[in-house]
Ligand binder design. Sequence first.
Ligand code: AMP
Ligand code: GLY
Length: 425
Amino acid sequence: MKLLVIGSGAREHALAWKLSRSPRVSRVFVAPGNAGTAREDGLANGAAASIPEWIDFARKEVVAFTVVGPEAPLAEGIVDAFQAAGLRIFGPVRAAARLESSKEFAKSFMQRHGIPTAAYAAFSEAAPAHEYVERNHAPIVIKADGLAAGKGVVVAMSAAEAHAAVDAMLTEGKLGLAGTRVVIEEYLDGEEASFIVLADGRHALPMASSQDHKRLLDGDRGPNTGGMGAYSPAPVVSPAVHARVMREVIQPALAGMVKDGTPYRGFLYAGLMIGRDGRVKVLEFNCRMGDPETQPILLRLKSDLVALIEHALAGSLDKAEAEWDTRVALAVVLAAHGYPDAPRRGDAIHGLPGPEADCHVFHSGTALNGRDVVVSGGRVLSVTALGGTVRAAQRRAYEIAEKIRFEGMQFRRDIGHRALGGGRK
Ligand code: AMP
Ligand code: GLY
């Protein structure tokens, strides 16, 4: 069978690579894809980058089903459109994707269905928002309601920072439409983890846990980015925390979506804050897999992802099981010069390794220029490796990362530091 993956990042490269390992799959198209998906065995890029083009492409190539990587097409209604065209696709319909595309929708959903999350209020006027900041004190968190590509959240450690964020979004319109309404919420302390499940409307099959590294610089300093690295599993998600997340977050979320008339089918990603006492609160829901979390998660998945998604499409995930490599997988993101503000494009990439059993380099911001692979976006490559321990996976990933070269390449040297209890050892 032929399959289609929508998107062009390392998450989509990893999804397509994993789907292509199924013995039943002859080819996985990635549209629009990148240089990595163009060069990988069993994969091919499709020239399609809008909902009508993707529908035409899926029809023309007779793909068995489509998997959506990023949030934007989901928020635009790609799943509704494919279904209306009689095509099979895995992802939430537009109304269900609001769990990610509107922070206020997500917060009121959680409140309505008793899912633990930070206390909050929502505003579209600056004056009451400033008053709320005064009453509740810093640290406090200001979030643009809409999709803002990772730039919509300000964790304000002082009242001045909080007021400035309110003004930037509501008065100066710095985030455009996404920031015309804001959610202001209680600051939560603890350790973050990413908890992703496949959902079929009623049942959930958990993927392995993981942890992202959002800040640009070592020691979790510098600006927030799309993610500079990730590893799986996350030790903070102990068996007890895992059971609690399923009971307090995932099951009530799926039941709530059914009750609200928009059953959730697709990947559901809960961004969690786990307190020292093991209590769990939801920071955000995403209606897709994480990037870079997908890269280590899928390197560990031993089961056939095609079979798992078929169960999800058929509503029989309660009969599915996922088997995981017991090793740790760790991904180091190599980013372009100037990332995240103004990534420079066009630098040639050298030293890309061939395929190896214990590692895979997934591409995101890359393009082909003749026979050269060149930088074409902020996050360029996810060097992902397996190892018996966090340290071994880390050592292997950095060993490969250090052989890859492009002008201005930046990467963090401490991915996995939380699992090692300090800096990189
Ligand atoms: P979000 O996009 O909502 O996940 O927020 C982006 C990042 O901001 C999260 O990964 C956290 O690091 C941080 N963050 C968001 N909400 C809170 C909160 N209520 N308390 C502390 N940190 C937060
Ligand atoms: N790595 C965070 C995200 O995908 O939203």
